[in-house]
Design a protein around this ligand. Structure first.
Ligand SMILES: *Cc1c(COP(=O)(O)O)cnc(C)c1O
Length: 486
């Protein structure tokens, strides 16, 4: 590549690293930190500038690259500081989508975090029975609890629900046929598709019925000596409407008993409480499926259950025992942090009222509209006071969603504070919020930025207000900028 004369000239103007390091502020950085880190940061910043100059498309835009010593020194100091900032961090979810796979799904209950802290700070009795002093299994800490809450005889926990389905299929039906209704061959987020998972687990898929209708007789007609499992999959992320028929769990299980074939239901969402009294539609609970006769149920720990990422398999002892013996369990096993968070989350469910108060997902699902409106008004007042003139600030009443592949048709009444920027695009405002020190994720609608309070936890309101003010106060419309200069 030929480097133009203008670029060469600009490159020569870049200060030498040694020279830069003489700057008072960097000398200070030497004293308070390590010389090596400061030098490395200086090299990084200079290398980035060099690259920027070389890639610059035109000579006019060269002038836009700031290489003044003050800027370079500041960039070096920022680079040093950023070394200590964690990449994976808390974000404020003002999108109005409660369970967002990109945002880590369920926020954990405080009790879960305390448990992780307690079990993680030192050693733990992960695989030790303190009573006998003998070796035990890691699953001991949650199995009884899951059984108590769901009515299952036995239970097992693995890394996630995709793993749970895979492991169960592989353990119970490898080399044989599994019957599934055509309308339940779902795909969950990208790479998890029931037919593919089935193939990978060594089973042969036996589809029955049509996309919209499936009858008990359809199942009966394909059962043969090679059939090992009936599988029912909760269509958790879509709905087939209109002219439809599916076979209920209790009927399928009766059919299974007739032929001595177990029934497994993949529920996905992992609901343990009935929220219909809060105006939400009925979502099948784990205990309903087991009571209805499912021999095994699989579900996620971090969807509607509101705990850590995990896959739970609950049901009849003889099948769980078989799954426990599968060598693949080792590859899918959960660690002590997941187990302690899950145990603490499940314990909250021993008292349903407590679960509704302390499991963030349940709290967000059931919070009243009045409360949301009060919080929105507080935020509105605060933003109005600080951002007036630069933004139109209003309250809007759009719907929120459950998300994360759960309750696809449910729209939850919600409240937002909407910001209409005078001089910026909605996207530009969203970017500033997203790249803040405490990143805020929002929704954009017709050039306005919506901050939905249903997906924000109440104790985050203050941080949200502070961050939005801090980030957007600096957005001065161009005409104001000119006024200031005059
Ligand atoms: C979400 C879901 C899964 C996958 O669960 P993960 O915990 O994301 O692995 C599988 N089946 C159903 C029905 C689901 O809803």
């Amino acid at each position: 590549m030929r480097i133009s004369a203008a670029k060469q000239k600009y490159l020569r103007q870049l200060p030498a690293i040694d020279k830069l390091l003489e700057h008072e502020k960097l000398q200070e950085a030497f004293r308070s930190g390590s010389r090596e880190i400061t030098v490395e940061a200086a090299q990084q910043v200079i290398a980035a500038k060099r690259e920027q100059i070389l890639m610059c498309p035109s000579e006019e835009s060269l002038q836009g690259i700031d290489i003044s010593p003050t800027t370079l020194v500041q960039e070096i100091l920022d680079t040093i500081e950023n070394r200590n900032v964690l990449g994976l961090k808390r974000v404020l979810n003002a999108t109005g989508v409660l369970l967002h796979t990109n945002l880590g799904r369920a926020p954990l209950p405080k009790a879960a975090l305390e448990a992780v802290n307690a079990a993680g700070v030192g050693f733990s009795n992960l695989e030790l029975s303190l009573g006998t002093g003998k070796r035990s299994t890691r699953y001991q800490h949650v199995e009884k609890l899951i059984c108590h809450l769901t009515g299952a005889e036995a239970a097992l926990v693995v890394n996630n629900n995709a793993g749970a389905v895979f492991l169960a299929l592989n353990s119970l039906a490898s080399g044989t046929e599994v019957v599934v209704s055509r309308g339940e061959l779902v795909e969950i987020g990208g790479s998890f598709r029931i037919p593919e998972v089935m193939t990978r687990s060594g089973c042969q898929l036996r589809e029955v019925g049509t996309t919209n209708k499936c009858y008990l007789e359809d199942y009966r007609n394909v059962i043969n000596e090679n059939t090992a499992l009936l599988l029912k999959v909760h269509t958790s992320n879509f709905k087939i409407m209109g002219f439809t028929a599916t076979v209920e769990v209790h009927k399928l299980s009766r059919l299974g008993r007739e032929y001595d074939i177990p029934l497994m239901e993949d529920l996905g969402s992992g609901m343990l409480v009935d929220l219909t009294s809060y105006g939400l539609p009925y979502e099948p609970r784990v205990q309903d499926s087991l009571k209805g006769g499912a021999d095994l149920v699989t579900f996620s720990g971090d969807k509607l259950l509101g705990g850590p990422q995990a896959g739970i398999i609950a049901g009849r002892r003889k099948y769980i025992e078989k799954i426990k013996k599968n060598q693949l369990l080792r590859a899918l096993r959960v660690d002590k942090m997941t187990l302690s968070a899950l145990e603490a989350t499940l314990r909250l469910y021993l008292d349903q009222e407590k679960a509704l108060k302390e499991v963030p997902v349940l709290r967000m699902l059931t919070i009243s509209e009045e409360k949301l409106l009060t919080r929105a008004r507080d935020l509105h007042t605060r933003l109005q006071k600080n951002l007036q003139g630069y933004f139109g600030v209003e309250i809007s009443r759009e719907k929120a969603r459950v998300g994360g592949g759960s309750m696809p048709l449910v729209s939850l009444p919600s409240c937002q504070v909407s910001l209409k920027p005078v001089s910026l695009s909605g996207e530009a405002v969203a970017e500033r919020l997203r790249t803040a020190k405490s990143p805020v994720l929002c929704r954009i609608r017709k050039g306005q930025v919506l901050l939905d309070l249903r997906s924000i936890q109440e104790d985050e309101d203050e941080l949200l207000a502070e961050t939005v003010v801090e980030v957007l106060e600096t957005v001065v419309p161009p005409e104001k900028e000119k006024e200031k200069e005059q």
